[in-house]
Design a protein around this ligand. Structure first.
Ligand code: ADP
Length: 448
């Protein structure tokens, strides 16, 4: 087992990994930018190294700086968290060249899934059902129109190198294709430096259902059920739950096995998430994330498994500590993402937090790096905490979320917490009747 792990991240996810390290008797090393010198992850880790100035391109994303920090601290392994370098194959390769273990999948698997077209081809070859669409990149408008005519409108044009919900445009008919196609390419170029796009059938009322998988790198893999992450704003998740309100045990077992078998076949190591859109009883693969997800705690609650501990175990060469037969789904968990943003426009709202009080009590988990007196820097993601609740069933989890939200205090800045108070009053949310478009429509009604 490793003696020392460096965490190449910040915020709540850095804390999450530090906690797992401490429980396993492993020393933790935090890295931070100059803007994060007072951040909680720096305080909680056993050691810390400053790796550069505030912009993440010069610190958290700078591979050479992270590797130097490993060498200075003597860390044997790196946990990347999510975002930043977590899905950067070049980073994994650089670590390997320096004899440092990456706590995550191989560079090859990251590459395979990082490019969405290759990911879809791979998924299809591994027996995973996909959304109908173009076979690969669509080079010009003429081809785009051919694809549109073939699969039928509406269609969605997506960046091959996409991520974070950016670079996607919907074309409702052939007339709308030209503008949609050009803007999608321009946005893809601007955001990812690569203007290749592909086309998929645009599903009208799907749910976003993702399957948590875990592999040991030696041909064994399991699934830990699904998460329903359909409540999204601008293609970004804001509320996630497990199990999914519409997924039956039979469906879970089937799609779960398909995904676990697929990743076992490629000797995948560590945590991964296979994302699907789900409509009328059918699953359609959209992408695979080769890392720990923001919303992993809901799965941890309902399966009683520490996913980070497990990631560290398999990265060190130990076997997984459970078999599929031993994994039992119990109860219901919900996560809401608390962002430092001002409603109704979700304008980022960094600044000084005067008071912070985290909710507690039975079945409540608050993953947050906030503290009273902390100044949230303006340079990074606006996620400041994840409030996760567990109940024996969905109604109990909802009631607990309501109660936990009433205890949360974040004074000094605006947050998205009031959004969830309002959502909990909605019958559709209470009954689990929502799809990926529900939240946008609701927001438009509320604030128009
Ligand atoms: P990203 O990597 O940018 O998050 P994804 O491919 O995972 O992109 O898609 C993000 C979200 O965009 C999905 O959860 C869904 O809401 C929407 N979306 C993606 N593909 C489709 C599709 N074919 N039809 C309808 N909505 C889609």
């Amino acid at each position: 087992m490793f003696e020392k792990i460096l965490i190449a991240n910040r915020g709540e996810i850095a804390l999450r990994v530090i906690r797992a390290c401490r429980e396993m008797g492993i020393k933790s090393v935090a890295v931070h930018s100059t803007a994060d010198a007072d951040a909680m992850h720096v305080r909680l880790a056993d050691e810390s190294v400053c790796i550069g100035p505030a912009p993440s391109s010069e610190s958290y994303l700078k591979i050479s700086a992270v590797i130097s920090a490993c060498e200075i601290s003597g860390a044997q392994a790196v946990h990347p968290g999510y975002g930043f370098l977590s899905e950067n194959a070049g980073f994994v390769q650089a670590l390997e060249d320096h004899g440092i273990t990456f706590i995550g999948p191989s560079a090859e698997h990251i590459r395979l899934m990082g490019d969405k077209i290759t990911a879809k081809e791979t998924a299809r070859a591994l027996g995973i059902p996909c959304v109908p669409g173009s076979d690969g990149g669509v080079p010009d408008l003429e081809t785009a129109l051919e694809v549109g005519a073939e699969i039928g409108y509406p269609v969605i044009i997506k960046a091959t190198a996409g991520g974070g919900g950016r670079g996607m445009k919907v074309a409702v008919d052939a007339d709308a294709m030209e503008i949609a196609f050009r803007t999608a390419r321009a946005e893809a170029k601007a955001a990812f430096g690569n203007d290749e796009v592909y086309i998929e059938k645009y599903l009208q009322k799907p749910r976003h259902i993702e399957i948590q998988v875990f592999g040991d790198g030696k041909g064994r893999a399991v699934h830990l059920g699904e998460r329903d992450c359909s409540l999204q704003r601008r293609h970004q998740k804001v509320f996630e739950e497990a199990p999914g309100p519409v997924i039956t045990p039979k469906m879970r077992a089937e799609i779960g096995k398909t995904c676990a078998d697929a990743v076992a076949k490629i000797n995948y190591i560590g945590a991964g998430t296979v994302e699907f859109l789900y409509e009328d009883g059918q699953f359609y693969f959209i992408e695979m994330n080769t890392r720990l997800q923001v919303e992993h705690p809901v799965t941890e609650f309902v399966y009683g498994i520490d996913l980070v501990r497990e990631q560290i175990r398999v990265a060190s060469g130990l076997p997984m500590s459970f078999r599929q037969e031993e994994l039992e789904l119990n109860g219901h968990a919900i996560e809401v993402r608390i962002n430092a943003e001002k409603l109704p426009n979700f304008t980022p709202c960094p600044g000084r937090v005067k008071t912070f009080h985290a909710p507690g009590g039975l079945g409540v988990r608050m993953d947050s790096a906030l503290y009273g007196g902390y100044s949230i820097p303006p340079y990074y993601d606006s996620l400041i905490g994840k409030l996760v609740v567990y109940g024996r069933d969905r109604p109990e989890a909802l009631a607990r979320l309501n109660r936990a939200l009433s205890e949360l205090v974040v004074d000094g800045i605006e947050t998205t917490a009031p959004l969830f108070d309002a959502l909990l009053n909605e019958p559709d949310i209470q009954h689990g009747e929502y799809n990926i478009h529900w939240l946008e429509k609701w927001l438009a009604r509320q604030f128009s």
